[in-house]
Design a protein around this ligand. Sequence first.
Ligand code: ADP
Ligand code: MG
Length: 905
Amino acid sequence: MSIEPDISPSPDTPAPIEAKVSPMMEQYHEIKAANPGLLLFYRMGDFYELFFEDAEIAARALGITLTKRGKHKGQDIPMCGVPVERSDDYLHRLIALGHRVAVCEQTEDPAAARARKSVVRRDVVRLITPGTLTEDTLLDARANNYLLAIARARASAGADRIGLAWIDISTAEFIVTECAPAELAATLARINPNEAIVTDALYSDPELGPLLRELPAVTPLTRDVFDSATAERRLCDYFAVATMDGLSAMSRLEATAAAACVTYIDRTQLGKKPPLSPPSREATGSTMAIDPATRANLELTRTLSGERRGSLLDAIDCTVTAAGSRLLAQRLAAPLTDVEQIAQRLDAVAALLPDPGLREALRATLRAAPDMSRALARLSVGRGGPRDLAALRDGLLAADQALAQLGALEVPPKEIQTAMAALRRPSRDLAQEFSRALADDLPLMKRDGGFVREGYHDALDETRKLRDDSRLIVAAMQARYADDCGVKGLKIRHNNVLGYFVEVTAQHGDKLMAPPLNLTFIHRQTLAGQTRFTTAELGEIEAKIANAGDRALGLELEIFERLVALVQAATDDLRAAAHGFAALDVTLALAKLAVDDNYVRPEVDGSLSFAIEGGRHPVVEQALRRDGQPFIANACDLSPGPGQQSGQIWLITGPNMAGKSTFLRQNALIALLAQIGSFVPASRARIGIVDRLFSRVGAADDLARGRSTFMVEMVETAVILNQASERALVILDEIGRGTATFDGLSIAWAAIEHLHESNRCRSLFATHYHELTALSAKLPRLFNATVRVKEWHGDVVFLHEVLPGSADRSYGIQVAKLAGLPPSVITRAKSVLAKLEAQDRGQSARALAEDLPLFAVTARAAAEPSPPSEAERLIEALKALHPDELSPREALDALYALKAKLGKA
Ligand code: ADP
Ligand code: MG
């Protein structure tokens, strides 16, 4: 594409006349209207320009200057632009902020437009949205990039279902699942999409809307995209099959969400169909449910301040490939609940432990293996280059090497066998073909040429020879001309304006312009120091060279397309191999972690056990080690005691800084690591599957987010008390701290009783209200533990040892002294404390525990509502109907259902 000159008055310049709309602005508005909700990158020469509101948004987001260009309807047109050459960088920043961009290119040579006296033709060639990227420059290599579609099926009160489908088009993963509206928050947190599409109705739903609008980039779309009646057909069209039954089993709701995904991809890729794996269904309950607050709180993939460094993922990520890193992050986001599957992963890690030499050799092989999935995705949407082909070649060579190395395992466990089978899948002819076809040094773009190896293609070799020979001929010609003219310094040069020309210094110019030499040399240009000529012979050679060059490039592009076609035919196999690498990388990484950090294999089973010996915090331990400090290991046993049916609650008291929070979190993290199939930081661990993990921290530790922190704390505690069932693991850290002492104590008191009597789940509860320890007298599965400290010469020494028993007091004053409070304040505080202790609050708490009837008796009675009357049921059913969202068929069904309800009354 040549450059469109920006000189007025070209037809592209907005007309200065007020109220008249220039042809360019007319074109602009037309294209803009066809792409609502997207920033329009409008190509003008070497720049993408943005106008009007788009310009204002982009200028603010990118920190670039907002200018004006002409007038539209009498008003200045705000404008800003980004150079095409550096547009990737700007795109990246806009996409990261959740914007979507339509890229509009010039689709003809501006000269042609000038000849027509018309505005240059332009067209949108691509929509770039956060969830549909393929370029390495726009993607984070170590994270998946998901587009998520969310659909809802309405049912009678409380029984609504949510269907979710998510796709990473850069790796072709395609997954569907269903959940209840109450589980949506946890599911969204697990998927962590980069972009979401939802129905208009969901977007503005009073309950779910706020949750959805919090997602990074979310677009409400019209009903047709989420039409369940056409979903199957749209999916069949995409996968070019007659029925989806053979590809994947999906509920109708899941298919609706899946179809929305492919329709959106169709629209954004303008008809190009990136290959996708058939939707795989994630069974409900197959992963540990972890809500967003728990994820944030346990700092799984980001710390509370938002960095990867310091998170659990960062601490355990010893992968050497980007795909491996992505897979590890996926596994960490979705720990398994199936004992057998977990055992298989653990078997694989265990098999790699004994042979460090093998592990290092395999890791070296993997390190050299490129990111095949993403290269594959780029090639299949026509955005790939020669280096993507080379990536596949190198990947296949690495696969052979890895397979040879894995031969050292006598009986590979199932997980490794699966990876090996995947690595064997692609035909090795492909690698050979690529090795023969691709040169050693490859250009980034195919249009740069020069990527086909010499000796691969006869016609190409010949054409290249012609091109190169012509260059020799030019050199020979230069020698001959120099001889003929008797001008030693005569040169044949080339530039874009004159093409090939003969150049001599000015003093020899006259000689060539005089007979007889002027018969051969035709004067073209006189510069200050040189005179330039052409000859007829030179013109001929020039045409030949240009032709040969063009033809060589044409041949190379043909070869490229042929190689891409080979890749496309082998896509599924190549993708499987890429996944095999990733799985191998994760297993190797976990094995390395287990050895380096001294982890053990956990026993994971279907019981309600939770018995950890010598447990450590994976992240704190690493941090302390860097400072040369030891981490004090601690045991924890929440398993049901003899004769008990449910797990225990440990109530942990101890002064600030003793290590309570660390202890709580380390146990949650050990359960989580075990269920992703990793060894764990402990000397022994037996864990009965945890189906939900909850972790909450009292308000003072939390960052305020607009709402009162105490309110946040209570809302989150409510979720746990309402949802945790017997298989859950609950971590409550200083709940009740965010309010006045007696308030807080009372809330913590009641919450523990509820956990013990209603939820009956394995729990850890840290508190500085040592009054609560009195409860253990009454609640048989409540166990008191404390983090030991020693008082030494009036100072407190933290031992970080968790032992049975309760803290005798808070040591708050000693900690305050350590923190450097003035001695006078410390002395005064001590005397106030002595007065307060004389009132003996601890004693009164013990009395309270004995006096109060047990929580459950009253609570159960109040919590169980009487069954609804017929009239109430009908009203509920009517409330749940949303006429605007029903198809005629569904409306009719609903009418019958109502009638049936009445019939029963
Ligand atoms: P608390 O919640 O009781 O106030 P924390 O769990 O926040 O205490 O721990 C305070 C600090 O003590 C941590 O930052 C950590 O450096 C150190 N610490 C905690 N537990 C241990 C341990 N088991 N071994 C060594 N150091 C620990
Ligand atoms: Mg704490």
